[in-house]
Design a protein around this ligand. Structure first.
Ligand code: GLP
Length: 256
């Protein structure tokens, strides 16, 4: 894991945006895995401002609420169109999100996995981090080998997301999410976490034991993970000084 600690979320986001820009310049038909939530909002704004060419890019989102139609204000379909897709020249046919309204959920999930494979796999997967360590919506005890499937949210995640639904009662209990196994197949994973409330989850993901009780810790099994943090999110990392030194002394050919 490469841990990149910046004084503020803005600067940490700028590093992440440069990584994605480099990928899109090197590989105009790149396949991006995308995330929702408050964390990647700045990233999407930064990418829009970069005016990159998205014509040949394909996207796959991590997750969607089960039972929410695409036009629902809190659906991840709506989130992505509002915050990124409608601002760039991405082809609608290249946009993929799990179908929250699928009648046959296992078949729809298998089809999602098939589409990822048919697109050549995900080059770079953007990830946020739940306070309970979830990535996508893979809640604690998700299997390392899990694929796209239906999951039940923990009470804690429902509480965390209540702010978007005007209270906890409106938050769905079920979601469709790529699995940990799906995420680990992305060629690069780019995890973003900002703010003091993520500090415990970050420390457990980066320096804790690999355990299904903290799904993000399974990223330690992946060969190419970048973690972009602001100082408050990095506050509980034991080796923070080492990570800062490493980043400040990267050889020129490794910089982005
Ligand atoms: C949500 C999403 C995750 C996201 C996480 C953190 O439940 N499914 O993909 O990373 O929670 O959200 P936020 O960035 O708003 O803190």
């Amino acid at each position: 894991m490469e841990i990149i600690i910046q004084p503020e979320a803005e600067a940490a986001t700028a590093v992440a945006a440069r990584l994605i820009r480099r990928l899109l310049l090197e590989k105009p038909a790149a396949v991006l895995g995308l995330a929702t939530g408050g964390t990647p909002l700045r990233l999407y704004r930064a990418l829009v401002a970069m005016k990159l060419d998205w014509r040949r890019v394909t996207t796959f989102n991590l997750d969607e609420y089960a039972g929410l139609p695409p036009e629902h204000p809190q659906s991840y379909h709506r989130f992505m169109w509002e915050n990124l897709f409608r601002h760039v020249n991405l082809a609608k046919k290249n946009v993929h999100l799990p179908d929250g309204l699928a009648k046959d959920i296992p078949a729809s999930c298998a089809e999602y996995e098939r589409r990822i494979r048919a697109a050549g796999g995900i080059d770079l997967q953007v990830l946020g981090l739940g306070t309970d360590g979830h990535i996508g919506f893979n809640e604690p005890t998700s299997s390392l080998a899990s694929r796209t499937r239906i999951k039940t949210l923990t009470p804690r995640t429902r509480r965390d997301n209540a702010r978007y639904f005007g209270g906890e009662t409106g938050v769905p209990h079920h979601v469709i999410t790529m699995g940990i196994g799906t995420i680990l197949e992305a060629r690069t994973c780019l995890l973003l976490a900002f703010g003091a409330k993520k500090a415990r989850a970050v420390a457990a993901a980066v320096e804790g034991p690999v355990t299904s009780l903290h799904p993000a810790s399974m990223l330690q099994m992946h060969p190419e993970v970048k973690v972009c943090l602001d100082e408050p999110a990095a506050a509980r990392l034991k080796k923070a000084d080492y990570y800062r030194w490493v980043y400040a002394h990267k050889p020129a050919w490794q910089q982005f």
